[in-house]
Design a protein around this ligand. Structure first.
Ligand code: PMP
Length: 428
């Protein structure tokens, strides 16, 4: 496959956009080569500017659970757009999507809509701090909660109590309030609580990590966090930006039977338009302006196009018979096929998967946290990525990302992908 026009477009873009992109991971920096420029997409397929058709395993990094240009979502947006694209006033639509989201997700009584996952997580932490009157938060190395200052704290050894910024521009003052813990290590979290008595407002966690590849929570880990938060008067924030409306109707909370105090959403909840949200029980949400003292606002929050897309998406998910079983079956089928091909080729690997989140790590040791995620062989990943791209298969251009499976994929697409993995594996 040729990517001539994409290369030209990237060169042009690089003149006017930093790195040629508006979000860094799109730039193919960790795999090399030039990014593919999308022209259009439908169902499970992307069509690029060179006329190639790619089977898409990124799906806009998660939102397109039902495939690209999903008809009910597209129609809802077009119809809404004809009636005005933004009012800065309340609309009935916002209540409608709020009611539906609250009915699907356990343990939440009020929800506020924002414009991105970053905003949702940033606001959730502010709310937790305001509610508990405490400053510090615990975040896990390898988890990503958006690009807000408090979250851009580098992974370090578990012994590090105070974080160091990994992005210039994040002040030491901010970094010192983010305590780093090892994913799947309850003792580590317990010792942070002991060393910071009555100072920790909240734990924020991806209940299934998807930003160091896919890393599932080990048995008892989330339950243990719930107990530690209760014991120490801290709030548990589940960042369900990836997992929400993907792992089940009620997200990871429902899947694992554990209730968080605050839940954040993004991706699927907007059906591909810029939407995020955070939600909690009344006692917590009533702390938010205009009811309470914690301030949070947005000119375009609850935007009618975004809400129309989100509502159409959630309505479909809510009534889509067998959706989550199909996603599980398709992803399990893909996992089995990939395993077989990699084993046949003698490639060293680990596959992690929860529902329709899956990732391939090029190391045979279990991947349970950021340190073990970093063991993967990046050179193999690069070859794997570019090999698949040549076969017309688009996975995330980084070893630390999850594949997002869409219901639009057919078993033919999956068989094609598995065969391509076999071809590429033979070259590794
Ligand atoms: N939380 C998680 C778990 C995410 O995966 C992401 C984005 N990948 C975010 C938050 C930030 O969302 P956004 O990019 O919409 O700001």
């Amino acid at each position: 496959m040729l990517y001539t026009r994409s290369s030209q477009l990237f060169a042009e873009a690089s003149e006017v956009l930093p790195g040629g992109v508006n979000s860094p991971v799109r730039a193919f920096k960790s795999v090399g080569g030039t990014p593919i420029f999308a022209k259009e997409a439908k169902g499970a397929y992307l069509y690029d500017e060179d006329g190639n058709r790619l089977i898409d395993y990124i799906n806009s990094w998660g939102p397109m659970l039902l495939g690209h240009a999903y008809e009910p979502v597209v129609t809802a947006v077009i119809e809404k757009a004809k009636k005005g694209t933004s009012f800065g006033m309340p609309t009935e639509l916002e209540t409608e999507i709020a009611k539906l989201a609250l009915s699907m997700v356990p343990g939440i009584e009020k929800i506020r809509f924002v414009n991105s996952g970053t905003e949702a997580c940033m606001s959730a932490v502010r709310l937790a701090r305001g509610f508990t009157n405490r400053d510090k938060i615990i975040k896990f190395a390898g988890c990503y909660h958006g690009h807000s200052d408090s979250f851009l704290i580098q992974a370090g050894s578990g012994a590090i109590t105070f974080g160091a910024p990994n992005s210039p521009g994040v002040t030491q003052g901010t970094a010192k309030d983010t305590l780093l813990a090892r994913y799947n290590d309850l003792d580590n979290v317990r010792s942070l609580f002991e060393a910071n008595k009555n100072e920790i407002a909240a734990i924020i966690i991806e209940p299934v990590a998807g930003n160091m590849g896919c890393v599932p929570p080990q048995e008892g880990f989330l339950k243990g966090l719930r107990a530690l938060c209760d014991e120490h008067g801290a709030l548990l924030i589940f960042d369900e930006v990836m997992t929400g409306f993907r792992l089940s109707k009620g997200g990871a909370q429902e899947l694992f039977g554990i209730n968080a105090d605050i839940v954040t959403f993004g991706k699927v909840i907007g059906g591909g338009l810029p939407v995020g949200a955070f939600a909690a029980r009344n006692e917590i949400m009533n702390y938010l302006a205009p009811l309470g003292p914690v301030y949070q606002a947005g000119t375009l929050s609850g935007n009618p196009l975004a809400m129309a897309a989100g509502l159409a998406m959630l309505q479909d998910i809510n009534t889509n018979e067998g959706l989550f079983e199909r996603l599980e079956q398709k992803t399990a089928y893909l996992e089995k096929g990939i395993r077989k091909q990699l084993e046949k080729a003698g490639v060293v690997f680990t596959i992690n998967r929860v529902g329709s989140m899956i990732s391939v790590h090029f190391d045979e040791r279990p991947v349970v946290d950021f340190d073990t995620a970093k063991n993967g062989d990046n050179e193999s990943f690069k070859k794997f990525f570019h090999g698949l791209l040549q076969e017309g298969i688009y996975i995330a251009p980084s070893a630390y990302e999850t594949w997002f499976i869409t219901d639009a994929l057919t078993y033919e697409d999956l068989d094609f992908t598995i065969a391509a993995v076999g071809k590429v594996a033979a070259t590794l």
